[in-house]
Design a protein around this ligand. Structure first.
Ligand code: NI
Length: 397
């Protein structure tokens, strides 16, 4: 009931939200550089009479809306990301990026707008008993914006009972919502293996310890971790994205070192630990077999995004009320991509869900130079956030 009211109310200012979204799209900013964006967010919240906290996680912004009653002591966090990507845009429409080499290719312009839409409705209706905390996060694209907000005391200042975030999803039709009561996105790790051999003349390889040969064996061997060591019912990816050794202009020089850089994606900690340990064993043993030495630097960048079932089910129930059960997917295939909302989910229960926006068939996929957020889905995204606050902190219990 509340939810439908929110959706109808937000549709009344859909045009304004669309204009805001396109303005943000035209002015993309990288992580921790969202100065203009966070200024616009803070200005929009202040204009609504919302208490604003700036500088949490450098360019992060938090808005606080108290309900008609606050005696429940409840607090719900709603999070949007604000940053763009370091890539050029191929679109030609009038709101295309005004900055060369920078683009909102992941739709964070849309997420920011969706949360501002929710802020407008929630600040006017205040149909909840508790506090809604609107978290505008910087630097989601791999540079640790969620952690920066936590380091600045986000959850000490705003001890949320539950947190929610959404991401647009081109593979789901507009008007659809997807959420799982468990894994949504994988953990993302980075590894770097340095192989140290002994350089020399390419015509006299017997005088060298060739690190390129070692790298070749190691590349093949590492692929067997997923196929031979990981339980086939678990999911994992080991990808080597870079191999660096020698100089293409020096065909007869065997280099002293070779370097492999790649990523590991997993959902379960036990699988992550297994891969790291096998990688260390293989690197040491294979390098050792050739008389070389290998060192592995393994970094766990982002944990897996795992929803708590109770909160994921609330998302799905609210979506069912809003758009009907035929438009709600409760068993999405989890993505091997990662999301740094996972860092917040390590501290608070909650759920991350997908807002269908369509376009995948036409190649409008995330991180594509022709991507654009679908403005048609702004009101549904905003209404979802509003309903999560209202249903999570009901006025009448
Ligand atoms: Ni994104």
């Amino acid at each position: 009931m509340y939810a439908r009211t929110a959706l109808e109310s937000i549709r009344l200012f859909h045009d304004e939200l669309t204009a805001l979204r396109r303005d943000l799209h035209a002015h993309p900013e990288l992580g921790f550089e969202e100065v203009r964006t966070s200024g616009i967010v803070a200005g929009a919240l202040e204009a609504l009479g919302i208490e604003v906290h700036r500088g949490i996680g450098k360019t992060g912004v938090v808005g606080v809306i108290r309900g008609k009653h606050c005696d429940s002591g409840r607090m719900i966090g709603l999070r949007a990301d604000m940053d763009a990507l370091p890539m050029g845009e191929d679109n030609t429409f009038s709101h295309k990026s005004s900055k060369s080499g920078l683009m909102h290719a992941c739709g964070h312009d849309g997420h920011t707008t969706v949360l501002i839409g929710a802020a407008r409705y929630l600040s006017q209706s205040r149909n909840f008993n508790g506090t809604a905390v609107l978290i505008f996060q910087p630097a989601e694209e791999g540079t640790g914006g969620a952690q920066a907000m936590l380091d600045d005391g986000l959850f000490e200042m705003f001890p949320c009972d539950a947190i929610y975030a959404l991401h647009n999803w081109p593979g789901l039709k507009p008007g659809m919502i997807g959420v799982n009561p468990g894994p949504m996105m994988a953990a993302a790790d980075r590894f770097e293996i340095v192989i140290e051999g002994r350089g020399g003349h390419g015509a006299h390889p017997y005088q060298t310890i060739d690190p390129v040969t070692v790298a070749g064996h190691l590349i093949t061997a590492l692929q067997s971790i997923v196929s031979r060591n990981v339980n086939p019912l678990d999911s994992a990816v080991v990808s080597i994205g870079a191999l660096q050794a020698g100089n293409p202009d020096a065909m007869s020089v065997i280099p002293s070192t070779a370097r492999l850089v790649g990523t590991v994606r997993t959902f379960r900690k036990t699988v992550q630990e297994l891969i790291e340990s096998r990688m260390n064993q293989m690197a040491a043993s294979i390098a050792g077999a050739f008389g070389a030495k290998a060192t592995v630097k393994y970094e766990r960048l982002f944990p897996a995004t795992i929803n708590t079932p109770q909160h994921a089910n609330l998302v799905a129930d609210i979506a069912t009320d809003l758009i009907g059960k035929e438009n709600v997917v409760r068993d999405l295939t989890p993505s091997m991509g990662s999301e740094d909302f996972s860092v917040m989910l390590q501290h608070k229960p909650g759920a991350y869900f997908r807002l269908g926006q369509g376009g995948a068939e036409e190649g409008c996929v995330l991180h594509n130079p022709r991507f654009d957020f679908n403005d048609a889905v702004i009101p549904l995204g905003s209404a979802m956030f509003c309903a999560l606050a209202e249903r999570g902190m009901p006025l009448n219990e």
